[in-house]
Design a protein around this ligand. Structure first.
Ligand code: HEM
Length: 513
């Protein structure tokens, strides 16, 4: 009996100790004098809805942002379980951290180490390594390259229209996000890996299967993702993988095979993998034209596995975001027939000025279509938040709050994008918000679907070009409208990394003859 009470006493003491320790951890921000928008849960901190799969990141961060604005706070402490992070709610402070004082926040919070070959890519690269990689990859997204790639985009969009026409000549309900996702994957396959497809529809290719598996995480993968957050160095120690083994193996082999085949057969192509092979072979490329300038003096950064890692992450960054952007834009155009008609009229008029030739200048002249896309990126930003890791001690301007290296900082896009003081009546879809006049006085960090500062999206112009071509050509050929299966308002998938509809986007399409 005595032993029983001793064990019980020790257990109770242990539990009390743990509870007190956790409570102590949750006073981190309080002690620094930083406001915390809601009381943290003892296990999950402020991330309970995310960790239990009940809420979407965009909703959670929007609540934090809104609460800060109501209470005149520029930021809120946030506990991701026990890890103290900071959520920003002030546009000037966002600008400072993402741009003016970028040197203190050069990194994102992803794992990046040579022991994990597929983690070694631009989106997770850190410090100097990132700077070099970014400047070496920039030519791949030059205006000249974009112009060249527009030919491929036009060709694939024509294939999409041909197949939609064939399958849906009469007014029919389609799940538009599925269709657009398939089209984007085919385009990515061709533009990045040089693998052309005759069909948009058709059976799932191996490439499509593995690309879509990128975000399908097993419980072990999820544990690894959590560890990245708490202790990235431990991941290096246990030689963990950031990408599922079968997905990683597929892309490593695919890239190695393409490189070998091209080098043995002296094949030159206009895709991204070709540019990366040139970088590996120490060729310096002109930033604006995308042309070879000379043998580079810089030591080549890329190994074969780094080529695979960069191609894979760019494929993901490319197809997922654009499929989301285009699908939500078509959804809003279906809900707003007047806007749809005005956008269609613009495409018809601009094309008429170019004698029906859908050249690159047409893309640049589609001002209203661009406004529609920007407005839909405001309402449904594919990325719910931008992340930065503090890399050098930083005192938040006009305060004595010191951020230590390793602090994670989040910028919620859903906060400012849906702030009625910045975008009045934020639920309303109104492309006029992005007219030249209406943008003129707006804070540069009010609308940041592509991020902000030196680390903003490298593919922004290229992505806008692709989405404009797709939306414009679809509008020329089809009319989109809602039906009894269209979800209004739409539910966003809680666990998705990129903003997606939870139940699909069902629209009527009708061919315009
Ligand atoms: C609607 C389309 C797109 C959206 C909304 C989008 C959004 C973003 C965002 C929010 C970031 C992080 C920015 C930051 O942290 O400040 C990012 C980074 C990045 N994006 Fe995009 N993106 C899009 C299209 C593309 C395309 C088409 C590509 C390439 C083909 C691309 C490649 C990348 C890469 C490589 C990065 C990492 C850049 C770095 O760390 O230096 N994105 N994107």
């Amino acid at each position: 009996m005595g032993v029983f009470y001793e064990v019980l006493f020790l257990l109770v003491l242990g539990v009390i100790g743990i509870v007190l320790y956790l409570k102590h951890l949750y006073t981190f921000w309080e002690k620094k004098g930083v406001y915390v928008s809601s009381k943290p849960h003892i296990i999950f901190g402020n991330a309970k809805p995310l960790l239990t799969g009940k809420g979407a990141i965009r909703d959670l961060f929007k609540e934090v942002y809104d609460d800060c604005r109501r209470n005149s706070q520029k930021m809120s402490g946030f506990y991701f379980m026990m890890k103290p992070c900071l959520v920003l709610a002030d546009l000037d402070l966002i600008k400072d951290i993402m741009s003016t004082d970028f040197e203190h926040f050069t990194d994102r919070i992803f794992h990046n180490h040579e022991s994990d070959p597929l983690s070694d890519q631009i989106a997770s690269a850190k410090g100097e390594k990132w700077k070099q990689l970014r400047s070496q990859l920039t030519p791949a997204f030059s205006i000249a390259k974009s112009k060249m790639m527009s030919q491929k985009v036009l060709a694939y969009t024509d294939k999409l229209i041909e197949e939609l026409t064939h399958n849906y000549r009469d007014k029919t309900i389609i799940e538009i996000s599925e269709v657009i996702e398939k089209y984007m994957i085919r385009l990515t396959e061709a533009a990045i890996f040089g693998m052309e497809n005759d069909q948009i529809y058709g059976p799932t290719t191996e490439f499509e299967y593995y690309l879509k598996c990128f975000f399908n995480k097993s419980p072990l993968d999820l544990l690894i993702a959590l560890l990245t957050f708490f202790n990235p160095s431990m991941l290096t120690y246990v030689r963990a993988r950031s990408v599922r083994k079968d997905v990683g193996d597929y892309f490593l082999k695919l890239s190695a095979d393409i490189i070998k085949f091209r080098e043995e057969n002296n094949i030159v192509r206009d895709d991204l993998i070709h540019l990366l092979i040139q970088l590996r072979n120490n060729v310096d490329i002109n930033e604006t034209s995308g042309q070879i300038r000379q043998e580079s003096k810089i030591k080549p950064l890329l190994s074969s596995s780094q080529i695979a890692a960069n191609c894979l992450i760019i494929a993901i960054a490319d197809y997922e975001t654009l499929a989301s952007a285009i699908s939500f834009c078509l959804y809003e155009l279906a809900l707003n027939p007047d806007v749809q008609e005005r956008a269609r009229r613009e495409v018809v008029d601009v094309l008429a000025l170019h004698n029906g030739d859908f050249c690159y200048d047409v893309v640049n002249e589609l001002i209203y279509v661009e406004q529609c896309l920007k407005e839909s990126l405001r309402k449904y930003s594919p990325s719910a938040a931008h992340s930065r890791e503090c890399t050098k001690p930083y005192i938040i301007p006009n305060t004595d709050i010191l951020l230590e290296p390793g602090t994670h900082v989040f910028v919620p896009t859903s906060g400012s994008h849906m702030d009625p003081n910045i975008f009045p009546d934020p639920e309303r879809f109104d492309p006029e918000r992005f007219s030249k006049e209406n943008c003129a006085g707006r804070h540069p960090c009010a609308w940041t679907p592509f991020g902000f500062g030196p680390r903003m999206c490298i593919g922004m112009k290229y992505g806008m070009m692709k989405s404009k071509i797709c939306v414009a050509k679809l509008l020329l050929n089809f009319e989109f409208s809602t039906n009894h299966l269209t979800e209004i308002p739409i539910t966003v998938k809680p666990k998705a990394f990129i903003t997606k509809s939870a139940n699909g986007i069902r629209l009527d399409i009708r061919k315009i003859d």
